[in-house]
Design a protein around this ligand. Structure first.
Ligand SMILES: Cc1cc2nc3c(=O)[nH]c(=O)nc-3n(C[C@H](O)[C@H](O)[C@H](O)COP(=O)(O)OP(=O)(O)OC[C@H]3O[C@@H](n4cnc5c(N)ncnc54)[C@H](O)[C@@H]3O)c2cc1C
Ligand code: FES
Length: 509
């Protein structure tokens, strides 16, 4: 059997690139950094308000976590309405439900207006308990969700013939789509409206001032009154937000299944970490098949190097509950940012400059949170009131989640112990081709990678964000920081913030 690669099932289509590199300075009303769903939704809405916009991305359109998603569009809070009610009250639940519902409707209306072929469809979502759990938690969730204004009912089981979920909650008017098709179309619409999308352009720094300067490594810059940092994890902030969210890797497997053997619906269980399931029709009319997409097995980034075991457990779970599943076609992982109350941080960046905005803390609902960012940040920039401003305020205190706040930060503090531990291997000679490891050399820790030809490449293993020691991830062949989610490829190049620079090379002795 050919080993499934680590591309997601959405990546069979090419990414839009836009212009390649920022070849000269440019002025705009707004510079958006990041061409994922948050950045492009914001650019799209700002252009509709007549603002000039330049989007910078150091990869391609949708090349970040948006291509790793499982693409449920849901107003059902991953962290539960009961939890949010406890932490922030019933009005917060109502506003959260309202905003996620509005985000799904906004995607639907953009899809209609622009005739976007991105397989958008409305589906029901089902929340069920594992067999040994009493109904009480779902009963409480039913009450809390209804109070929040969500359409939900109790049903005897989810509509999967061979899988007896037992009594569960059915949420109507959820949705699903193909995220890269949607983003590519959004990018085209942005360019047609006069917006510029510049790919392969790293935003190295944001220089403050009335007119801010977003500077690229070659020195060219975008000058703009407002800057939106939509890099999934902000790269402009050292502490404020990173102490209030934690980075997890989530794993997904996609298996071939006969088209009509599994219902088109979203499915979640209440385990922690929970399983999430959806069905993707394959577009080839000849193929009477679909993809059964099953995700879960979340674990803190940089703290577990056992991707194989996690994929195996997911596949086995999928085969037990969906015996119609056939061969494994795809498997991949990506990063989600968990906040203390399960809601994103969207709005003015904590700090002095009111014209710098952030969107982060997806909490597993980054497609709707990213779309909310598009609507909310646009309102803030054009000076219109928005009812969700304080709900998502990035400066909010860890209300009701103080114990979790302390726990998360003690976990981060404990990661600094890696400064004094031995390396993964005693010498780089022990690293096989196409693999990496952390090696101790005197007081130094080295992130070493042996390429296919046998050549060793060495970098400092000290994360440039706040100095934790990165860890090798065999699953993705990356060096991951266990503290706040920075990730680097095998050549030490930063692929995920908060770090915004590469691991410095070390001379191999
Ligand atoms: C396995 C998995 C399953 C998920 N399932 C769901 C789901 O079912 N439903 C849901 O709603 N959400 C889900 N999510 C979450 C959701 O997919 C993401 O939160 C969302 O796509 C993130 O969008 P974004 O625009 O914030 O970030 P990204 O898509 O990561 O975009 C950020 C962009 O910024 C660019 N960038 C970063 N730094 C710089 C820089 N310095 N200069 C220039 N460019 C930069 C990156 O290249 C990237 O393209 C899932 C996530 C994962 C990983
Ligand atoms: S991400 Fe914060 S220290 Fe590495």
């Amino acid at each position: 059997m050919t080993r499934p690669n680590h591309k997601s099932c959405w990546q069979d289509i090419p990414h839009q690139l836009g212009e390649s590199g920022l070849t000269s300075d440019v002025d705009a009303d707004v510079c958006v950094i990041g061409a994922g769903i948050a950045g492009l939704s914001t650019a799209y809405h700002l252009l509709r308000e007549g603002r000039s916009v330049v989007v910078l991305d150091d990869g391609s359109v949708g090349g970040g976590q948006t291509q790793k998603t499982s693409a449920h569009l849901s107003s059902v809070l991953d962290d539960r309405f009961t939890e949010l009610a406890m932490r922030r009250g019933e009005e917060a639940c109502r506003l959260a439900a309202e905003s996620h519902t509005a985000a799904i409707s906004r995607i639907e209306s953009i899809v209609r207006e622009r005739s976007i072929w991105c397989d958008f469809s409305r589906v029901d979502g089902y929340l069920f308990n594992p067999p040994d759990k009493s109904w009480d938690n779902l009963d409480a969730e039913l009450v809390a969700a209804r109070k929040a204004g969500v359409e939900v009912e109790r049903v005897p089981k989810a509509p999967f013939p061979a899988f007896d979920t037992g009594p569960c909650l059915r949420f109507t008017r959820q949705a699903q789509f193909q995220p890269l098709k949607y983003l590519n179309a959004l990018a085209t619409a942005i360019q047609k409206s006069g917006g510029r999308i510049v790919s392969q352009c790293h935003a190295e720094s944001i220089k403050p001032g009335e007119v801010k300067r977003v500077v690229s490594p070659s020195g060219t810059e975008v000058r703009a009154r407002s800057v939106v940092v939509a890099t999934n994890i902000p790269v402009n902030d050292i502490f404020a937000i990173h102490l209030k969210q934690a980075a997890y890797l989530s794993y997904v497997v996609a298996l071939r299944a006969p088209r009509n053997a599994v219902a088109r619906a979203l499915l979640w269980d209440t385990l922690d970490p929970y399983h999430y399931v959806r069905i993707e029709d394959r577009s080839s009319p000849a193929a009477d098949e679909c993809l059964l997409i099953v995700g879960g097995e979340d674990a803190k980034t940089g703290q577990h190097d056992d991707a194989e075991a996690r994929y195996a457990r997911l596949e086995s779970w999928a085969r037990i509950h969906f015996p119609q599943a056939q061969e494994l076609k795809y498997r991949w992982s990506g990063q989600v940012m968990e906040t203390l109350d399960g809601l994103a941080y969207i709005g003015r960046n904590p700090g002095d400059d009111p014209e710098i905005y952030v969107a982060t803390g997806d909490s597993g609902m980054g497609l709707t949170h990213g779309t909310i960012a598009g609507m909310l940040i646009t309102d803030l920039i054009v000076g219109r009131e928005n009812p969700w401003t304080s709900l998502y305020d990035p400066s909010r205190k860890p209300v009701g989640g103080f114990t979790d706040f302390v726990k998360e930060n003690l976990n981060v503090a404990s990661q600094y112990a890696a400064w004094v531990t031995p390396g993964d291997v005693s010498s780089v000679d022990d690293i096989p081709p196409s693999q990496g490891a952390i090696v101790r050399r005197g007081l130094q820790k080295i992130a070493a990678y042996r390429d296919q030809s046998g050549l060793i490449h060495e970098y400092s293993a000290v994360c440039p964000h706040l100095g934790c020691i990165v860890q090798w991830n065999h699953g993705d062949c990356t060096f991951d920081c266990p503290c706040h989610g920075s990730r680097f490829n095998q050549h030490g190049e930063v692929i995920s913030g908060p770090a915004n620079v590469n691991l410095p090379p070390v001379k191999h002795s």
